[in-house]
Design a binder for this molecule. Structure first.
Ligand code: ADP
Length: 158
């Protein structure tokens, strides 16, 4: 069974993340969207809410699961029997950053864990969780960047 882990903070999940996930679906039997805990990082949305945003967005998709993990991403992959990491690339900045991590993960996993990169569609290349957070904190309208279920959940949370 081909299992991929799509790791990230997803603070919050955006339509850019959704595009990568949907396009990756035909490549794998299962994709585990995995939110890494980082106690040093300040998040806008608490973990439970970030998990809920993803779970609700993909409630119709049996191949997508959502969970959180602590520790090294490759250890989490090994625990659940995943041989692939999935990452999205928006720009050359993303590429330079991701290349090092992917090379490290491959080596440290004894060449077991491959990172599969999908290049985002041009319409999504300007979308990042960081910018969405800034818009939300400034009380702006970030709905155009959010999946419909997340829009609803944020509206009702207000
Ligand atoms: P991290 O905190 O690890 O950067 P993110 O939640 O920001 O995690 O992103 C998770 C993954 O989604 C990364 O591979 C990132 O490049 C990708 N990603 C984020 N935004 C987009 C986008 N607009 N289009 C394509 N991929 C994206």
């Amino acid at each position: 069974m081909k299992i991929a882990v799509f790791p990230g903070s997803f603070d919050p999940i955006t339509i850019g993340h959704c595009d990568i996930l949907e396009r990756a679906l035909p490549l794998f039997d299962k994709i585990v969207v995995a939110i890494g805990h980082n106690s040093q990082k300040k998040y806008l949305f608490p973990l439970e809410q970030r998990l809920q945003f993803i779970a609700q967005t993909f409630s119709h998709e049996p191949k997508i699961e959502v969970t959180d993990y602590t520790g090294l991403t490759i250890h989490f992959c090994q625990q659940i029997g995943a041989n692939y990491l999935l990452r999205g690339i928006r720009s050359s900045v993303d590429f330079e950053y991701e290349r090092n991590i992917s090379q490290m993960n491959f080596a440290v996993s004894n060449n077991q864990i491959e990172t599969i990169f999908l290049i985002c569609q041009p319409v999504y290349s300007h979308i990042s969780s960081t910018i969405v957070r800034e818009v939300l904190i400034g009380k702006g309208n970030a709905e155009a960047f959010l999946p419909p279920k997340v829009r609803e959940l944020i509206r009702h949370g207000e």
